[in-house]
Design a protein around this ligand. Structure first.
Ligand SMILES: [Zn+2]
Length: 278
């Protein structure tokens, strides 16, 4: 069974992680633009970061037979400075035509501030203008439910946003239902220490179904592990899920969502109506 890692920050990981991922049958991984572990002091630092994740990281991954894709944006943690955020937004279009850039992300909210919401909205407009997919970060720190609702209500009321082209990440039990009920994609992040564990993610899949659901390990600078994705696959196996179910969650679903961008090359093993009916 092939696996796709829909959300991981490989800039923060060692080559040993690529080795482990390829041993675990990972064929592709996607890196949303995010915080660097420190606040950048100029927009130029973002330009260099975008160059790194769109040019250098794909060549590093290719040595392990893994396709590396990325998303470009000003992340919610650094979006509170409107002047800096708008400087960054001004050169994002230069990156959108690159061969491994899938869309605008991970945009969203961190502390649910007014400025964060303004920059979120401006980047939604950018995605619409350039016909890009959107990857959304829902808050970990301040109220996740409130932040998710703020963005969901905005997108539902917008009028021009196609929910099929948008994925909300870092979802939990209390935010999943309203997202998938509104036709959007939902992703759950597994962390080895805090937040979602593999059994908790599998519980949620059993409760809410596998249609429009993604799972990722979100490896970054903190305690995190690309192997947790495979712990979740093992958890599904132990509970007696069919192989097709696991393949849908960990390979086909990412293909259905990400494949809406023509640059994403892996193709699903089944059409989605069939995969979701199994
Ligand atoms: Zn992330």
């Amino acid at each position: 069974m092939k696996v796709i890692e829909p959300h991981i920050h490989m800039i923060a990981r060692t080559t040993q992680d690529y080795e482990r991922m390829v041993r675990m049958h990972t064929v592709a991984c996607c890196e949303p633009a995010f915080w660097a572990g420190y606040d950048r002091t100029s927009s130029q630092a973002f330009f260099d970061y975008f160059t790194h994740i769109s040019e250098f990281e794909p060549t590093r991954a290719a040595q392990y037979q893994i396709e590396h894709y990325c998303w470009i944006c000003i992340n919610p943690k650094e979006a509170d400075d409107l002047v800096l955020a708008r400087e960054v937004i001004s050169f994002i279009p230069e990156f959108l035509h690159k061969p491994t850039v899938l869309g605008i992300g991970e945009i969203g909210l961190n502390l649910n501030t007014v400025n964060e919401m303004t920059i979120f909205q401006e980047q939604v407009e950018l995605a619409l203008k350039y016909e890009q997919l959107i990857w959304i970060h829902t808050p970990h720190l301040k109220d996740k439910l409130k932040g998710t609702r703020m963005m969901l209500d905005y997108l539902k009321g917008h009028g021009k946003v196609n929910p099929e082209k948008v994925c909300f990440d870092h979802c939990e039990e209390h935010t999943l239902k309203m997202i998938v009920d509104a036709g959007f994609w939902a992703a759950m992040t597994i962390y080895p220490v805090t937040k979602n564990s593999p059994p908790r993610v599998v519980d949620a899949l059993e409760t809410y179904g596998i249609d429009h659901m993604l799972v990722d390990a979100s490896g970054d600078w903190g305690p995190s592990d690309p192997g947790t994705l495979h712990d979740a696959i093992f958890e599904m196996k132990k509970r007696g899920h069919k192989e097709e179910h696991m393949e849908t969650v960990f390979y086909n679903n990412p293909c259905y969502f990400l494949g809406q961008c023509k640059k994403f090359r892996p193709s699903p093993s089944l059409p989605k109506e069939k995969a979701w009916a199994v």
